[in-house]
Design a binder for this molecule. Structure first.
Ligand code: DAK
Length: 256
């Protein structure tokens, strides 16, 4: 039984709701530990084909828990390599969608960016306001945001600590879709159901090849994509997908 997150599952999609509403879903250790205890198990479950991570109307998450962090020492942060364990979440191979309403600030913005893409409500606000607290982003914000929106805007966000509204986030590539606030979850779950119908090994490989673009040169990335592409012609799901198209029916993927 989890306390700081709620997990429900339907049609192959696991909905993970951050559940510390009084603290605007600030990410404390308990919440991180619950995510890292529960989600990797589900990641390995063949019936789980997509995650949707969400908060509530007011906040996706307003950052790391400032009260908890206020007493942290350098020695502890360094010795325990604070927050490197979020990599376990990032490296889960099942696709993850962030459904963002309200604030996604600091660690909240970073958590959204750890997902494969973000669907935001019109009233969503993104930001890396750590500078106001005398720290910097520590869960990947300076790196992931820079890759997503470029150096100029990322510097602006990290140096001023301002909030970025959803329309700007869409225009600069931080988010994939902006929809009316009351349609965010519905939209994200529909995308999840769509992804859930595809071959699970293939959706995992899509993540691998797209993520490779961040890590390598164009030539190496193209080489990697081609090799993965070739390998898929050894699968039953490739035959099923193409035969279904030719026979004008829905494919029934078997993850083989
Ligand atoms: N932590 C703890 N509590 C928070 C919180 C947070 N990040 N954000 C909000 N709350 C709490 C408030 O304290 C308040 O609690 P009570 O006073 O009622 O007990 C309640 O949530 C409602 O907040 P407000 O009263 O402030 O609500 P407003 O609507 O007036 O304002 C706001 C909403 C989002 C503008 C405001 O709450 C705000 O500015 N919050 C802080 C945003 C922020 O600075 N976030 C960045 C946190 S720093 C690290 C890795 C990562 C990180 C750190 C270290 N290592 C590797 C070591 C991450 C750091 C961060 O994310």
């Amino acid at each position: 039984m989890t306390k700081t997150i709620e997990i429900t599952q339907k049609d192959g999609v696991v909905l993970v709701r951050l559940n510390r509403p009084k603290q605007l879903n600030a990410l404390n250790m308990e919440l991180k530990n619950e995510i890292l205890a529960e989600l990797p198990k589900l990641d390995k479950d063949p019936s789980v084909r997509c995650f949707v991570l969400t908060g509530n109307e007011k906040a996706f998450a307003a950052g790391g828990d400032i009260k908890e962090m206020s007493v942290l020492s350098y020695a502890k942060a360094a010795a325990e390599d604070y927050f490197s364990d979020w990599d376990v979440f990032v490296n889960m191979r099942t696709p993850k969608i962030a459904a963002v309403n309200g604030y996604a600030l600091g660690g909240g913005c970073e958590l959204a960016m750890m997902c494969d893409f973000i669907i935001a409500g019109e009233g969503a606000q993104f930001g890396q306001p750590e500078i106001k607290l005398g720290i910097i982003a520590g869960m990947g914000g300076s790196q992931r945001m820079t890759k997503l929106i470029g150096r100029a805007k990322s510097m602006d966000m990290h140096l001023t600590g301002r909030m970025m509204p959803a329309d700007e986030a869409l225009a600069c590539g931080l988010v994939a879709r902006v929809v009316p606030d009351d349609q965010v979850l519905e939209n994200a779950l529909a995308a999840g159901v769509q992804i859930a119908a595809y071959s699970k090994p293939v959706t995992a490989l899509v993540r691998d090849v797209v993520n490779r673009a961040d890590e390598t040169s164009l030539a190496e990335g193209l080489f990697f994509e081609r090799r993965v592409f070739h390998s898929l012609f050894s699968t039953e799901d490739q035959k099923e997908g193409m035969n279904a198209f030719i026979e004008k029916r829905k494919p029934n993927f078997k993850d083989k």
